[in-house]
Unconditional design. Structure first.
Length: 230
């Protein structure tokens, strides 16, 4: 359970009634992003209110009429998804800033300048979005807002999402050092161990990560990694 002082009110109005819950503000974001969350752990109390601050409750008949169930967690999820959430100014600012950074980071990771075939620095993307007065919604999923951001960016800077295929050759020792990088950044399409003990893999990676990916592998292998774009 979350403490009352850290909770916010989520409210849903229907059939002339108001239904409220007291919930952790971070959980609202996760639920609206489609994540599977145990709401019981993040509610102040597992109950539905007419007015959460006053502690007044709707009748069981009205709850069944509106939600077709009396399961508190199912009702809470509906309130979060379909209702309104009252964030404090600080909570809204914190959530909005976090999502803004994630949107910029994802675009920088996956996009390139199609004219030069090189990644855009995150600062350039950030400045372009500021110029366009791009508004971040604290509750909409990041992937939906990335699409909107890309639509706004295209008239301002040459940009597109792209993938790059690369071939990597590593010694057995270096493969162990680089395994996490290989798995976290790219998708290994093919791999094969050679008779001399070296590993060869074909990877598909976000084009915006190409330079950073090479730099990471070179650093971990002290320059020994053999990397070629396909």
């Amino acid at each position: 359970m979350v403490d009352l002082e850290n909770a916010i009110v989520a409210r849903f109005e229907s059939h002339g009634e108001t239904f409220e819950i007291l919930i952790d503000p971070d959980v609202v974001r996760y639920v609206r992003e489609g994540k599977d969350i145990d709401l019981m752990e993040h509610m102040v109390i597992d109950d539905i209110f007419n007015d959460a601050r006053k502690g007044t409750r709707p009748s069981e008949e009205k709850i069944l009429e509106v939600f077709k169930t009396n399961d508190v967690l199912d009702i809470a999820r509906t309130i979060i998804l379909r209702g309104e959430v009252q964030l404090t100014t600080d909570q809204r600012r914190e959530i909005t800033e976090s999502k803004r950074k994630r949107i910029i980071a994802e675009i920088a990771r996956n996009a390139i300048n199609p004219q030069t075939k090189t990644p855009h620095p995150a600062t350039r993307i950030e400045l372009a979005l500021e110029e366009a007065k791009f508004h971040v919604d604290p509750f909409k999923p990041v992937d939906q807002q990335i699409k909107k951001a890309m639509d706004i960016l295209r008239p301002l800077i040459p940009i597109k999402f792209a993938r790059t295929r690369i071939a990597v050759r590593l010694s057995a020792e270096d493969y162990g050092r680089c395994f996490e990088e290989l798995k976290s950044i790219g998708t290994i399409e093919q791999e094969e161990w050679q008779k001399d003990g070296t590993w060869i893999g074909i990877l598909d990676i976000p084009a915006g990560m190409y330079d950073e990916f090479i730099a990471r592998l070179k650093a971990k292998t002290k320059g020994a990694a053999d990397i070629r774009a396909l």
